[in-house]
Design a protein around this ligand. Structure first.
Ligand code: EZ4
Ligand code: CO
Length: 403
């Protein structure tokens, strides 16, 4: 199975996506997701200018060798642009191999370890009444676990909180990043009361999650973890800036709240302290941003030795192709934990045709050969790229803060 052509498609049905198409002399086409939110064109150029010429004429079956060639062969290692580009190649090659043997990809990864993947949805509201409505909408859509984000009095616009008429989408199509505000003291005062109220309204069973989005110092995160312990969270996510692995030692020594981290990581080396010292409970990396199925499976195998589970990132900036890859991997591994799932806007479905399903709170990748996703290229051309940025955060005095 020789690689004959490599194409990078940048399309914007509802939001920007970068997709890699690898076509072989057998006439099969494999797809990989290369979407890096707000930095899409850097990955597209990396793939087009530096990777595509190396792939033409190679054996599409040689997944491990190609991964090592692209990782070691660049000399420059790691980093989100590089690892997202490598991930797209890796996933496209897994898609091709599985199509070649006419099996759903999860069968090549060891077969199904469960009947479906527990998914969590996103709930958010500016106040409790909006938040309750949003949680009810998630339950009506079938979710059996919910991430809860709340407005904070005194903070005008805040991560994770949508207005009732719009789905939450942090990347905005503006020529410059939007600015949001942050105030750790106001947040730390307000949040425990929100979880107390949500627990008493929705009862003890419903798994509740929360994302701090890298905004606290270790001692603030430790205090937050302690104050949320009575409400039995499934996890507290990204409580401190993720790249500071040692910060979690302090958090861990003060609270038993389960911790999840890693959506901005791109390598197993970002996790070595966190996993080796059991400082986290869930690995947030996605297939798309962490070097593909080949690389994320290694991270999750290492995590499994320490009873740490998967909690793959699944926002709308993971394309349907990236989501399908996550579901095949999640179905096959032993240490699956939970899968984030933010359904894409209906218009995204004009370009991407996935076959994965969501029913009874569980996702399943489906049983089509390969990933089970196809792309409608004429439709993709109807949605040209539009620059979009994630917001930035400022404190009350104007200082830039982690977003
Ligand atoms: O901010 O995907 O847990 N989910 C998240 C997401 C991220 C965006 C960044 O591209 O934190 O909303
Ligand atoms: Co997050």
């Amino acid at each position: 199975m020789i690689i004959e052509s490599v194409e990078v498609v940048v399309t914007s049905p509802g939001r920007n996506f970068v997709t890699l198409l690898i076509t072989t002399d057998d006439g099969l086409t494999g797809l990989g997701d290369a979407t890096l939110n707000g930095r899409e064109l850097a990955v597209a150029a990396y793939l087009r200018d530096h990777i595509a010429p190396l792939l033409i004429g190679r054996d599409a079956h040689a997944i491990e060798d190609t991964w090592q060639l692209l990782y070691r062969g660049a000399y420059w290692r790691r980093g989100p642009v590089t690892m997202t580009a490598i991930a797209a190649v890796d996933v496209a090659l897994w898609d091709l191999k599985a199509q070649f043997v006419r099996l759903p990809l999860y069968q090549l990864l060891g077969g199904a370890s469960r009947s479906g993947l527990l998914a969590y949805g996103h709930a958010g509201g500016r106040d409790l009444s909006e938040l309750y409505d949003s949680i009810h909408r998630n339950l009506d859509e079938g979710f059996r676990a919910v991430r809860v984000q709340s407005g904070v009095p005194g903070i005008a616009s805040l991560y994770g909180v949508a207005t009732p008429d719009a789905a939450y989408e942090p990347a905005r199509r503006t020529p410059r990043p939007a600015e949001e505000q942050w105030d750790s003291r106001a947040y730390l005062r307000h949040l425990p009361g929100v979880f107390e109220a949500v627990r008493s309204e929705f009862g003890p069973e419903l798994p509740l999650l929360h994302d701090v989005h890298h905004r606290l110092t270790p001692i603030e995160a430790a205090r937050l973890g302690r104050s949320l312990e009575p409400y039995d969270l499934f996890w507290l996510e990204d409580c401190t800036p993720a790249e500071d692995q040692e910060a979690l030692r302090l958090v861990r020594s003060h609270t038993v709240i389960p911790l999840a981290i890693g959506e901005v990581f791109n390598s197993v080396h970002d996790y070595r302290t966190l996993i080796g010292e059991r400082l986290i409970d869930y690995v947030r990396s996605s297939v798309t941003h962490t070097g593909g199925i080949t690389a994320l499976r290694r991270i999750l195998d290492l995590a499994g030795l320490y009873q740490i589970k998967s909690g793959m990132h699944g926002p709308t900036d993971i394309s349907p192709v990236g989501m399908a890859a996550a579901l095949h991997l999640g179905l096959a591994i032993h240490n699956f934990g939970i899968q984030e799932y933010m359904p894409h806007a209906p218009v995204t479905g004009e370009v991407f045709w996935p076959s994965f399903t969501f029913a009874g709170g569980l996702l399943h990748p489906g049983d089509q050969p390969g990933l089970g996703v196809s792309i409608n290229l004429p439709a993709a051309r109807r949605f040209p790229y539009e620059a979009a940025y994630l917001p930035v955060n400022r404190l009350r005095d104007g200082t830039v803060h982690d977003w």
